[in-house]
Ligand binder design. Structure first.
Ligand code: PAF
Length: 285
């Protein structure tokens, strides 16, 4: 595996691969890699001859008072894992190289209104930061295919929409959420959980499963279900940001014709903010 921190060097490599007729797969990450990230890498590998993983903790997507400074950074362990999992290139640019004008971008990519609901309502500007860095990374890497985790369901929807609206020639693929044996979705931020909180954390997924069961049984009083989910989380010790049932395709409240819903939740537990979701095919009434 080659580690590259300069855009021109990366472009040179990609040019050579393309000239040899090789497809390029891309997995953007912020590092602190876990099994979830590695499953994205495997998927990219299945779809392309070459795989580039970027590690860049993107300051644009963190709000004031959020965890940019303390976001877990473990470059040696990440590099070792990527090597073992046959990554071709690790792209790990500095903030100064990605945003040479003092860590900011004059151009901001904003996917509205998708970026302003759910997590976007709680973290204003977050998805603009995500869309801006992913657009820039797509421009740098110019991949054929890029893989993102479905755990960040709204992020995936924002990136798909941005790619479509800007007619970027990249196939965006969503990869299933990887979970611990007790159901907790893998996340770099799980490292923030104290031992007692780690015991409680799987109750988030259990709550999503409970609401999914209700939906499959034919319940359609979404607001009542959302309230119940919120109460369950509070009783377990979470501080919920939201529990929401949406159309899985549009992320809008489900209409009468909705055939697949997604139950999404975000909640704070100690120093961690956990998000998760579960898709549900709605039976015909
Ligand atoms: O999901 C992440 O790790 C980040 O939001 C991403 C997509 C790498 C953009 O910084």
């Amino acid at each position: 595996m080659r580690a590259v921190d300069r855009i021109d060097e990366l472009r040179e490599l990609v040019r050579g691969w393309r000239a040899a007729g090789e497809r390029v797969g891309f997995v953007p990450t912020m590092g602190s890699l876990h099994e979830g990230h590695l499953s994205l890498l495997e998927l990219a590998r299945q779809r392309s001859q070459r795989v580039i993983v970027s590690i860049f903790v993107n300051p644009l997507q963190f709000g004031p008072g959020e965890d940019f400074e303390r976001y877990p950074r473990m470059p040696e362990e990440d590099s070792r894992l990527l090597q073992v999992h046959r990554c071709d290139v690790l792209f790990n640019p500095s903030v100064a190289h990605m945003y040479p004008e003092g860590g900011v971008s004059a151009t901001v990519v904003s996917v509205r209104p998708l970026s302003q609901i759910l997590c976007g309502a709680v973290r204003p500007g977050h998805f603009d930061g995500v869309a801006t860095v992913v657009a820039r990374l797509f421009g740098i890497v110019q991949p054929d295919v890029a893989v993102f985790g479905e755990k960040d369901y709204q992020q995936l929807a924002v990136i798909r929409r941005m790619t479509e609206d800007l007619a970027l020639p990249v196939e965006v693929i969503g990869a299933p959420t990887v979970r611990a044996s007790d159901g907790l979705a893998m996340s770099s931020r799980n490292r923030y959980l104290a031992a007692a909180e780690r015991e409680i954390a799987p109750k988030l997924y259990a709550m999503l499963q409970m609401l999914a069961r209700r939906l499959m049984e034919g319940q359609r009083e979404y607001a009542v279900l959302e309230e119940e989910g919120t109460r369950v989380l509070r009783d377990a010790g979470f501080a919920p940001d939201y529990v929401s049932i949406r159309d899985a395709r549009t992320l809008e409240p489900p209409g009468a014709q909705c055939s697949e819903a997604v139950v999404l939740a975000a909640a704070r537990l100690g120093r961690a903010r956990l998000i998760d979701n579960l898709r549900v095919v709605l039976p015909n009434d």
